[in-house]
Design a protein around this ligand. Sequence first.
Ligand SMILES: C[C@H](O)CC(=O)SCCNC(=O)CCNC(=O)[C@H](O)C(C)(C)COP(=O)(O)OP(=O)(O)OC[C@H]1O[C@@H](n2cnc3c(N)ncnc32)[C@H](O)[C@@H]1OP(=O)(O)O
Length: 731
Amino acid sequence: MKGKTLLEVGADGVAIIIINNPPLNLLSADVLFSLKENSEQALLRDDVKAIVITGSKGKFSGGFDVTAFGKKAKNGKLGFWSIEFITDILEAARKPLVAAIDGPALGGGLEIALACHARISTSSAQLGLPELRYGILPGFGGTQRLPRLVGLHKALEMILMSKFVNGDNAHSLGLVDALSSADELTKIARLWAIDILEFRRPWAVSLHRTDRLEPLAEARMILKHARITAKKQAPHLKHPLVCIDVIEEGLIHGPRAALWKESEALLELRQSDTCRSLVYFFFAQHRTSKVPGITDMGLIPRKVNTVAVVGGGLMGSSIVTALVLSNYTVILKEVNEKALLAGIERVKVNLQDHVKNGKLAEAKLNKNLSLFKGVLHYEDFREVDMVIEAVSENTDLKLGIFAELETYCPPYCILASSSSMVNLNLIGERTKSQYRIVGTHFFSQAHLMPLLEIVRTEQTSPQVIVDLLAIAKKMRKIPVVVCNYTGFAINRMFFPYSQAALMLVEHGIDLYQIDQAATAFGMTMGPFRMIDSVGFEVVTALNVQLGKNFGERYRESKLISVMQEDNRAGETTRKGFYMYDSGSKFTPDPDIKKYINKASSISSDSVDYELIKLSDEEIVEMILFPVVNEACCLLEDRIVVQASDLDVASVMGMGFPEYRGGIIFWADTLGSKYICSKLEKWSKTYGAFFNPCAYLAEKALKRTSLLILWRTLCKLHCDHAFMRPILSWHG
Ligand SMILES: C[C@H](O)CC(=O)SCCNC(=O)CCNC(=O)[C@H](O)C(C)(C)COP(=O)(O)OP(=O)(O)OC[C@H]1O[C@@H](n2cnc3c(N)ncnc32)[C@H](O)[C@@H]1OP(=O)(O)O
């Protein structure tokens, strides 16, 4: 049995029903049936005057167990839970029901609370309807009750953006009726229930309320605006629009009709491919911080209070910003006064932007600013717990810095490098500290991007990885632990994206058509927009490394160097493959043709009449199948622990569409056989760059999934040392 509810009746005549399915009191089928049985019993019992619903161990409920979604629904009766139980039994009860909320009250959990006649919560409770994250909509009446409690405008913001509010905010919004300390929560809820019974408090039925709803004309405008925003922000997704339709149904035809529509929509959406991919992705994200052979060793993360950052350039200052936003005390070191002042200024601007964008309360700005200071000498590093080196990608420079760090930092201090490409074995060569050297590859900009690639060498101690995973959690980053190898995992996986695109352009395909095809598929950026954003200098430096190490899998293109000769370097210079204005606008550049012609003539590439006929779908295959292939090489080389880590990395680091589940999950939906045969065909015409790797070829032959976990492989081969990289740095 997966969880249940407990019924306790007090001497005051109030029954407490406790949802008990640790750790998050999720609503499994067993919990729901038990809740129904216990509430029906309490409603029938003469010794029960009122009912309080709460969750065990300070957690109301994390909502529906989403493992049930994304599969074919079992033959349940439509509207059974939402209408027959929650609306017609709980909300329509002739005894007052009060929800006592602490911890999470999310999804179906909050929806049960919304159907109660009052809600009492702690200040720190987390309330929200995050169903859209999984490609579904709130399906237990949330689309109707939330707007009737907090107004349409706020409800749409919470539902469409899956935004949580804490108890304090929920109280000011009218979502909860009163606040209480955790200790007194059930006591206050019991008294509140009796007050309702004795007419001292209103017996509020959320579904029948209209006082918080905007007038119809205004509501229509809000819905129109919400549809426009949803189409703009998620043009490929259907479920946000379905959700808006269901909310509108309630305003026009009444909430009861809308509850039916909501149930029908839930049934359909929960079986969709989008839901399947998003549920998979939710669990893939949770898995990244479980690293077999490391996180199962019983190690406890050490306390890290003070972090030093070496280098206050764009990356360094952005890392400092991310750290102070996570309440670390930070020391920023630069080489001279001028560079230091510039670094400090960048951090200030980043924090002020956070305030402007509503991500940081104005009142907290000064506290955050006070958390960091600038220094010019390593002498100030005597008591730091971690250092992150963030200087330019110059191995010799880094080598010197790490030797200095060893001299000045305490022996327990973690020595991290934010490099995206330098061999971590080399930078520690002049030290005896290889065991505490680790890569912390943040993505630009570090205070905005959610991904953190943690790079371990053969000598990095498991304790340091465990510490880094805890730091990532505090910084609200999704960590992906990878081995030290050229390009690490994420840049390496995606280099074929731009290489294949460059090849297509040199054979006559319109560059902007390629970017457009990629974004229509759902990529945040097409390959050329991505190169502009990363910057030509970084791309070239990485290409030099990849060229040296990847032999025939690397395809040389002259286009970027030809453009560099003309002082184009990407977005920072406002001229790359696109032209950029001073704001965020970019437009295609008609001049680009001359560079393409020059590059094609150098490499003697000519227009390929087969290629220029490619449909957008075929273009996407040609630029993304090589990425799938490289991802398979990473699995073959054991650079990551599990295939799902690459899915998370592709979405968080490279803007692959989350609703397709990530690069490997998507590849599996097409089948390894299909992808492999396409690559084989292209490799015959366009060279070894397209050669499928052995891992992919084997999967194709057996027609099996690419998603096998190394954990499984490890069991199969009884090779418990599999976490040791079988390959180290190339070159
Ligand atoms: C019909 C309804 O309208 C439909 C719904 O209710 S949809 C469900 C809505 N609920 C959610 O989206 C809640 C998602 N969960 C969360 O946001 C966070 O887990 C939380 C804020 C509740 C708790 O965070 P935290 O304490 O850090 O715990 P966290 O590590 O995330 O989760 C603990 C475990 O529960 C699992 N879990 C969390 N929510 C889950 C859910 N809704 N279903 C299944 N498993 C879930 C996690 O995968 C994790 O598993 P693991 O231990 O094997 O890694």
